[in-house]
Write a protein that binds this ligand. Structure first.
Ligand code: MG
Length: 243
C-alpha cells in the first residue's frame, strides 16, 4: 500500500530517488515528522510516564493482596523495601518500553552472595533484571546485578558502593504470541550506570529459580514489579516511555 504522503513537506527532501520497501523514496521529505521530545539534563523526558517521583506511592499495589503497596516512602524521595510486606507492582501495564530506574544498596552491609541487597526489576511482572549489592560481593554469574536472572550473566559489573545511587536504563522488546505459540521472544538491552550490560539479548522465557525457563503465552502488556527479597533496597526516579 502506498504511504500517506504529507505533500506540503515535499520540499524537505527528494522524490527523484529510488523507492524503499516502505513505499517512500530515499530522503523522502513527505514521511511523517516525528514527535518532539524535550530532554533536558537530569530531567524526565517530556513524553515519559512517571511511575515514581518520590512524592507518593500512588499507582503501586502490593502483589500479595492487591492493596496499597506498603513499602516505605522516605523523606529523601526514595521508596524502600519493607521486608516481608511482599513484591509491589504498578497498576499501569506496559509492553515494549524504555525504562529508567534508580536503586541504592542498603547502607548497612550484611549478608553475602544472593543475601546482600537483593531485589529485582521484573519487566511485565515476569522477567527479572537482578538487583543485588554486588560491590565486592561475588555470586553465581546469572544472579549478578543486571543479570537476566537464571539465564544470562551481564557483560560487566558496574555496581556502585552501598549507599550510592545506581541507574538502570533498560530497552525492552516484549515477546509476541499468536494464540499459544511464541512468534518472537523478548529482547533486552540493559545499561547500569551508563555501561552496557546486555546488548539486544534474547530471553529464554520468564524468570525461574533453579529450573530451565520456557515461554508460555501471556498478555501483551504487564506491570512493572519490584521485588521484596528481605533487604532494605531503595528505589527512586522511575519512568517509562512506551515504544
Ligand atoms: Mg532478585
Amino acid at each position: 500500500m502506498e504511504p500517506v504522503r504529507q505533500l506540503e513537506n515535499e520540499h524537505l527532501g527528494y522524490s527523484d530517488t529510488p523507492k524503499l520497501a516502505s513505499g517512500y523514496t530515499v530522503h523522502d521529505g513527505t514521511r511523517p515528522q516525528m514527535p518532539v521530545v524535550d530532554a533536558q539534563p537530569d530531567q524526565v523526558p517530556s513524553d515519559a510516564v512517571v511511575l515514581f517521583d518520590g512524592r507518593s506511592l500512588e499507582g503501586w499495589r502490593n502483589v500479595n493482596n492487591g492493596e496499597a503497596c506498603g513499602w516505605q516512602l522516605r523523606e529523601d524521595g526514595a521508596m524502600e523495601v519493607v521486608p516481608g510486606v511482599g513484591d509491589i507492582q504498578t497498576e499501569k501495564e506496559f509492553g515494549s518500553m524504555q525504562l529508567h530506574v534508580e536503586f541504592m544498596s542498603p547502607v548497612v552491609v550484611k549478608g553475602q552472595g544472593q543475601g546482600r541487597g537483593n531485589s529485582g526489576v521484573f519487566l511485565m511482572g515476569r522477567y527479572e533484571i537482578q538487583v543485588l549489592d554486588n560491590y565486592e560481593n561475588p555470586t553465581y554469574p546469572d544472579g549478578t546485578v543486571g543479570g537476566i536472572y537464571g539465564q544470562t550473566p551481564p557483560l560487566v559489573n558496574p555496581i556502585r558502593k552501598p549507599g550510592e545511587w545506581n541507574e538502570y536504563d533498560i530497552l525492552w522488546k516484549a515477546p509476541e504470541f499468536n494464540g499459544e505459540d511464541l512468534v518472537s521472544p523478548a529482547v533486552v538491552t540493559v545499561l547500569l550506570n551508563g555501561v552496557v550490560q546486555h546488548h539486544a539479548v534474547t530471553l529464554k522465557g520468564p524468570t525461574e529459580h533453579k529450573v530451565l525457563p520456557g515461554y508460555k503465552a501471556h498478555p501483551a502488556k504487564g506491570p512493572l514489579k519490584l521485588q521484596d527479597h528481605g533487604d532494605l533496597v531503595r528505589f527512586r526516579n522511575i519512568w517509562v516511555r512506551e515504544l
